[in-house]
Design a protein around this ligand. Structure first.
Ligand code: 13P
Ligand code: SF4
Length: 344
């Protein structure tokens, strides 16, 4: 029997006891086995409605952690490969985030941290403790507006690109934005300058989305006259400015769905999603990647490790259970729930 057939057999055996969730960047061979799909915001929202005993999360670790925070008591959340991290999330270690918040608040300013969901549970806990919230690419504008109303300034982390792109949407003047130098415990930060800023940007980025260039865009426009380019807002601000549209993975899916027959849409995001859209819309819309770029972290989930995980669940010994630290659970959940409340 093939691996795919074995997975489907186990899904039938486990029935209503199991829900498999998957992010849009998962490989098609994995997506085929999912019950629920979505962008980060949709997956967080959908978790709340899941009633099965087991949630298997096909995505990166911070997504599974968010599911574990939002799961019901007694539910078990597992991930096929717990080493599926997100390099951007790793760019903001919790101890450093806390240190920067302490430093930036030295002169009594109220700094509200706004953490992109692509951050660790430890970071979300610090953010929750400081009265901040989580955001995703789908609601960053709403959440940044909210955060700016809560204190004197916002520390947006870890994605400087999403922070800058969102600030532009809200019309935050450039002189009110400061890029933070987090090296050497913040000793290079000019506190007098920082005190004038309304938005402080953590220097993190996504290695996949910052590969897009203006030259690639120009080459695509030259090769495909009339094509529209849509990118994910983790892309560099110059790329977002030069694109026809920018938005979360679900926004991109919707953008292609709404394209007219015969159109060409060039997409700047992780290639597994682009390939899926190309297949789904073949014959109606031409879908092309701006650049073929795969997230190696997302790719850690495979049919093989998904099968191994389902076998362990069926045997009553679930592997790779995501168990948030009890001390961090409440503040991290508070940060996540603030987002769900503001964006209800
Ligand atoms: P979305 O929330 O838009 O799905 O993005 C998640 C992500 O990791 C993008 O790199
Ligand atoms: Fe993280 Fe970038 Fe991969 Fe998204 S695409 S999970 S931000 S490394």
């Amino acid at each position: 029997m093939s691996v795919a057939a074995k997975i489907e057999t186990l899904r039938r055996t486990l029935g209503g006891r199991l829900t498999i969730m998957g992010h849009h960047y998962q490989h098609q061979s994995v997506i085929n086995h999912t019950d629920l799909r979505g962008d980060s915001l949709e997956l967080a929202r959908k978790t709340a409605g899941v009633t099965s005993d087991f949630i298997v999360f096909c995505g990166v670790f911070f997504m599974a952690e968010s599911a574990a925070l939002l799961a019901r008591p007694g539910q078990t959340v597992c991930i096929p490969d717990p080493s599926a991290d997100c390099s951007m999330a790793l760019m903001a270690p919790a101890t450093r985030v806390r240190r920067m918040l302490e430093l930036l608040g030295t002169n009594g300013r109220k700094i509200i941290p706004l953490a992109y969901v692509n951050s660790s549970l430890e970071v979300k806990a610090v953010v929750g403790e400081y009265g901040g919230a989580v955001c995703t690419s789908a609601n960053a504008k709403t959440m940044l507006r909210w955060a700016m109303e809560q204190g004197d300034a916002v520390l947006f982390l870890p994605d400087k690109c999403l922070g800058a792109n969102t600030a532009k949407l809200l019309g935050v003047p450039e002189e009110a934005i400061m890029a933070l130098d987090i090296r050497a415990d913040g000793k290079h930060i000019d506190l007098a300058e920082a005190d004038k800023a309304k938005l402080l940007l953590w220097p993190g980025h996504c290695c996949i989305h910052t590969r897009f260039t203006l030259e690639q865009m120009a080459a695509m426009r030259a090769a495909h006259p009339g094509a529209r380019i849509v990118v994910h807002p983790e892309s560099l601000p110059a790329i977002v400015d030069a694109a026809d549209a920018a938005g979360s993975t679900s926004f991109i899916i919707d953008y292609v769905a709404k394209a007219k027959a015969g159109e060409t849409i060039v997409i700047g995001t992780e290639v597994n999603l682009v390939k899926r859209l190309a297949v789904e819309h073949a014959g109606r819309v031409t879908v092309l990647p701006l650049l073929e770029t795969e997230c190696s972290h997302m790719a850690r989930t495979t049919e093989e490790n998904l099968l191994e995980l389902l076998e362990s669940i069926a045997a009553g010994k679930p592997l790779h259970v995501v168990q948030p630290d009890t001390a961090l659970f409440a503040p991290a959940k508070a940060a996540l729930e603030r987002m769900l409340t503001v964006c209800a």
